[in-house]
Ligand binder design. Structure first.
Ligand SMILES: [Zn+2]
Length: 198
């Protein structure tokens, strides 16, 4: 599985004259994740400063789509910079030519044509996915690391709920032991995160 859920653009968003004004809506619609690599914002960057608004059909080639919400993708700086103005046709609606091109991250097809190996690295299952991996550099080790860090975060969240559950039923000594293990885990997690993404 490449991702647990797909982003969904809200229908009927009020038209804006500057695409940057959609940022908060787009961020929510994309679940605070990069549309292309699925990296969670709080894991792959500090705050949201490293996340950009990508134009799926590049605005330099299709200026009329600059402020069209349906053409926007919340994207990490790595993916946005790698994609740049690459496009394979002269039409914004023709997204693929001869197995090269791009799939909209909000499509089911996008979820289905990517997968992950046992280390969380992104792999492509179709020629178009392989094209996107090459162009967006989705083969980079960072994406497997982000995936693994998210798994650690999920485990720590579960541990946190267990620790909270036993806070009133365990004696103070045992609960403190559990709490110490939990805080050590969070500390290691934060060190790993800052080591890779600061
Ligand atoms: Zn990305």
């Amino acid at each position: 599985m490449f991702r647990y859920s797909k982003p969904v653009r809200t229908i009927g968003v009020t038209k804006r004259s500057n695409y940057r004004d959609y940022r908060q809506q787009l961020r929510l619609d994309f679940n605070r994740r990069c549309g292309y690599c699925d990296s969670r914002e709080d894991i792959a960057s500090i705050g949201n400063a490293q996340y950009h608004i990508d134009h799926f059909a590049p605005r330099k080639r299709f200026p009329l789509l600059e402020n069209e919400y349906s053409n926007l993708v919340y994207a990490c700086s790595r993916c946005n910079i790698a994609k740049s103005d690459d496009w394979v046709s002269d039409s914004a609606t023709q997204t693929i030519v001869d197995d090269n091109g791009y799939l909209d991250p909000c499509s089911d097809e996008f979820s289905e044509c990517f997968d992950r190996d046992s280390n969380g690295n992104i792999i492509g299952c179709t020629p178009v996915a392989i094209y996107m991996i090459k162009k967006l550099k989705l083969f980079r080790i960072e994406y497997g690391i982000v995936w693994s860090l998210e798994q650690i975060d999920n485990v720590m969240d579960k541990l946190e709920s267990v620790v909270s559950k036993y806070s009133s039923s365990l004696d103070a000594g045992r609960w403190n032991q559990l709490w110490n293990v939990y805080t050590q885990g969070r500390s290691i997690q934060n060190k790993l995160k800052s080591y890779f993404f600061k």
